[in-house]
Ligand binder design. Structure first.
Ligand SMILES: *[C@@H]1O[C@H](CO)[C@@H](O)[C@H](O)[C@H]1NC(C)=O
Length: 520
């Protein structure tokens, strides 16, 4: 009897504390071949698996060791499909923003098409499984909204990028071009007249590209990939997504408006409990009494692809420094490598940046890298190459924790000047540390916040009550152009009519004069 009572008590307590103990079936789709994008997505999926949800993940990165509650559906064809695109990053530097927009949407189409055409994914789509929620990386992958319709499940969009057209449009977040810079421009939130003009033209161009170039292609991919693509893709874009988790935080970027369903979880992938470094790296960094410089161009760009002249510029500068250097170099050998430089194809970046001897991070300016640098309070020298990297570096320069060295201007002299400027002036590190303190000052760790919203959307059957009415408005209605037309049009009409009336009155008088003249 007492045992029953106790068991009953236990069950009551557990249920009362966790009103939603059921394990949900969650599908995560993180199709991009950039490991940085996958890291953000898989961090959330692994946490959900740890919480007891049954997680399925479509991505090109399978787990090395099996994880409890975590199932991989591994895409393999995508590598070949995107290879010509990713290997040519460095050849497209310096191209105009319009070409950048066209290229990046084309990249999205490649990712979407090759993922949905992958045999593993085709088999999965035809498997009649059920899901309670779809978490979809929103990265110009609109056709994949078909998963939400196919499984009749609510959908959360996840941005591994900052806020961009392809995430704000899913929930109706406003992006006034007067102070929200387009992610493909190196502007800040304070823009001159000329910059506002360019920013606005850029926004309009992007909207036209999406509407007339990207959407037809995505729609075709969607129609082909799913067995019952009844609602048009344009309708899914307006109805399928309940919330967007955004890889951004106001302390590391700019304050701006969001709708309720757009939630900042920037840097949720950052390990809040640093692991200890491998012993050899630890002692290398501990012994660097003049500090350590860490150089990595991220996961997409390989520094071994740098042209010899630029590579030599780095080598020559590093050989002149007292600091020790860790270089993400993707080859066994680096000819004429100075003694103070260590190379490795992959570094535990987060834990390296956490080391107290860390002085300068030389980066391509990708969002994960700059966010990690800010979390650890490390100033950056950026060599932006693609996408939002220019924007991130413009932010770093404006925030006083970074310096840009344009890729086309890489030279021994230019690098040497930038590195010495940063080593010689404490203000860069101080600025990075002030932002670090603001960034860490949050009521809830971003990963916990993301998990909360995932479970919230499941608990409330898609949480349609947070969907803003803006999603139901046409362009004309949203911008109130019809109302403005009346407000401006009626006074104009009145003015026009009265002007005509007065003119007619006046024009009658001269005609009389004329008559008189004629008579005289
Ligand atoms: C998608 O890929 C298939 C081949 O896998 C190709 O036949 C088709 O044209 C592609 N569709 C688009 C819209 O790129």
């Amino acid at each position: 009897m007492r045992i029953f009572q106790f068991a009953f008590f236990l069950v009551t307590v557990v249920i009362a504390r966790y009103p939603n103990v059921e394990a949900a079936k969650i599908l995560g789709v993180f199709p991009t071949t950039s490991v940085s994008h996958y890291i953000v997505g898989s961090t959330l999926m692994k946490e959900l698996a740890k919480k007891g949800h049954e997680v399925t993940v479509i991505s090109p990165f399978p787990q090395k060791k099996p994880l409890e509650n975590y199932r991989d559906i591994t895409t393999t064809q995508i590598w070949k499909a995107v290879e010509p695109f990713t290997s040519s990053f460095l050849n497209h530097i310096g191209k105009g923003p319009i070409e950048t927009i066209l290229r990046i949407y084309y990249f999205g189409q490649l990712i979407t098409n090759s993922t949905l055409n992958d045999p593993a994914v085709e088999k999965f789509i035809n498997s009649n499984e059920n899901f309670d929620l779809v978490i979809l990386e929103a990265f110009m992958t609109d056709a994949m909204l078909g998963f939400a319709h196919h499984f009749n499940a609510p959908c959360i969009g996840m941005s591994t990028f900052g806020a961009s057209k392809w995430t704000t449009d899913l929930v109706g977040t406003p992006a006034p071009p007067s102070y929200v810079p387009n992610p493909f421009l190196a502007f800040t939130d304070h823009m001159s007249f000329k910059e506002r003009l360019i920013n606005t033209v850029m926004g309009v161009t992007e909207a036209l590209v999406v509407r007339f170039i990207d959407q037809p292609v995505q729609s075709e991919i969607y129609q082909k990939a799913f067995p019952d693509p009844k609602p048009p893709l344009s309708e899914l874009k307006k109805t399928a997504v309940s919330a967007v988790l955004l890889n951004n935080h106001f302390s590391t970027s700019y304050p701006r408006p969001y709708v309720t369903g757009m939630i900042e979880v920037g840097g949720m992938h950052i390990n809040r409990n640093p692991k200890s470094l491998p012993a050899d790296i630890q002692s290398f960094m501990d012994n660097a009494t003049d500090g350590v410089i860490y150089f990595s161009m991220g996961s997409n760009i390989k520094s071994k692809d740098l042209p010899p002249a630029k590579r030599d510029a780095f080598l020559n500068v590093f050989s002149k420094l007292k600091q020790k250097v860790l270089w993400k170099w993707e080859d066994e050998n680096l000819p004429s490598k100075p003694d103070n430089v260590r190379i490795q194809s992959w570094w535990p970046q987060d834990d390296i940046l956490a080391h107290p001897n860390m002085r300068v991070f030389i980066t391509h300016g990708g969002l994960l890298s700059t966010t990690e640098a800010l979390y650890h309070g490390v100033p950056v020298i950026g060599i932006p190459v693609f996408g939002d990297q220019y924007l991130n570096m413009a932010k770093a320069e404006r925030g006083g924790y970074g310096l840009s060295v344009p890729y086309l201007e890489i030279s021994e002299e230019h690098l040497f000047t930038a590195i010495n400027a940063m080593l010689g002036d404490i203000k860069y590190k101080q600025n990075a540390q002030v932002i670090s303190q603001r960034y860490r000052d949050q009521p809830q760790a971003p990963l916990d916040l993301a998990v909360f919203w995932v479970e919230y959307v499941i608990r409330h059957n898609g949480a349609k009550h947070i969907r803003t009415a803006s999603m139901d408005l046409s362009f004309v209605q949203y911008h109130n152009l019809d109302v403005l037309a009346i407000l401006l049009g009626v006074p104009l009409l009145v003015f026009h009519l009265s002007a005509r009336f007065l003119c007619r009155k006046k024009s009658i008088k001269p005609s009389r004069n004329d008559d008189r003249k004629k008579r005289n």
